[in-house]
Design a protein around this ligand. Sequence first.
Ligand code: KIV
Ligand code: NA
Length: 266
Amino acid sequence: SKRLTTRDISAMRQRGEAIAMLTAYDATMASLVESAGVDMILIGDSLGNVVLGHETTLPVTLDDMIRHASAVKRGSRRALLVCDMPFGSVTDPQIAVQNAVRVMKETGVEAVKIEGGLAVVPMVEMLVAQGIAVMAHIGLMPQSVHQMGGYYMHGKDEASAARLRAEAKALEAAGAFAIVLECVTPALAADITRALTIPTIGIGSGKDCAGQVLVVNDLIGLSVTPPPSFAKPRADVAAIIRAAVGDYVADTKAERQPIPMPRRAE
Ligand code: KIV
Ligand code: NA
């Protein structure tokens, strides 16, 4: 079956059909999550934490994103692919176009995602004008962790809620085809979902969004650190790996006793 398009995603939102999205960072995982039915795959800059072992997403480079998005593309056939624009890659409209064009040309994804509120509206408008599909991302924005002073829920007070509502409206008007709401209070996420025509894709934002995205490693328990509280693991893949590798190590050692030893020189 052919690959989903942004029009298919809009049609799902119009029909009231929920959208299931997950991250993937390589061809194997892309193929697996897609065969299990996800509509969209995000090559997230959570790559930095999950795959590259960084503390934050800040060190992730455009080349990192391009390498992994290309792998996901090769491993998938049906899901709509969205590649995160990493920290520092969309600092003005000209730079945003330059970098997003590289992503589009070199990876074959269908869309890019940009973190940010009103400040990124000119970048979204410019990319859309250049024919690039853009997913927006507001609320908790990991690329702004130092400026925001940590990871926490957004939209708790009226000033913050009003700002998020305005950002969502402005990003929709700028041409974004969907918007991630990360760690936005569930009631506000529901309000924003009702206020927009484009789909809201929630993460840690309750059930009343048009879709959900999760980091695949959090979902399947493929991690050595506890997942965020909103991501309830549905499997313990880390335990499966430890058990299989433990058996392998034990068998390899046991099956090789006694090991043929080199003959002593005469
Ligand atoms: O990088 C990422 O994985 C993300 C989300 C989980 C929304 O941006
Ligand atoms: Na991200």
